[in-house]
Design a protein around this ligand. Sequence first.
Ligand SMILES: Cc1cc2nc3c(=O)[nH]c(=O)nc-3n(C[C@H](O)[C@H](O)[C@H](O)COP(=O)(O)O)c2cc1C
Length: 171
Amino acid sequence: MEKIGLFWGSNTGNQEEAAGFLKEYMESEGAQIDEFNIADTDPKKMLDYKKLIIGCPTWHIGELQDDWDFIYEKYKELDFSGITAAFFGCGDQVGYADNFLDAIGLLGKPFMQNGGKLIGRWPTEGYEFDNSLALDGDEFLGLGLDNDNEEELSEERMIVWAELIKDEFEL
Ligand SMILES: Cc1cc2nc3c(=O)[nH]c(=O)nc-3n(C[C@H](O)[C@H](O)[C@H](O)COP(=O)(O)O)c2cc1C
């Protein structure tokens, strides 16, 4: 089976933990996943994979997590033609209601503009926030996790999303 590249960044461990859970769950279902912390990975490595999972929390009021921010200009120059990717991100809908999950939009939109096929959209139903760059109609461009306010929902959300992207990846 074709391997999936899972690229994540994390300042305080929530996104890292989520990436670990997702990898373990998807591998238990038969997927093969190579995992990379973007802090010590050349962004060009993403182009080695036809299927990507990209994880980034939103930081500093509507910004990318620090390591993603550091490579963002390079990321925006990558040609994602022929690549399918699913995005997921941690955020805080209470503390940052105007910028909830912005990082998913900041990474997902250039991915699509540069030829990539985005899968794994996720309904906004059940979240309370005012605005987000991750919005596309009544969906987010990827899975939103809020460990600051709803940690108890995160595992179930990841399992449902993992099943969804498994289908959309045609695994
Ligand atoms: C200074 C600061 C700024 C933040 N800004 C945002 C934001 O704009 N939007 C959002 O959804 N979450 C925001 N968050 C919440 C983080 O995304 C959330 O805590 C996340 O789980 C952190 O992930 P990490 O532990 O992987 O770094 C912010 C948190 C801090 C401490």
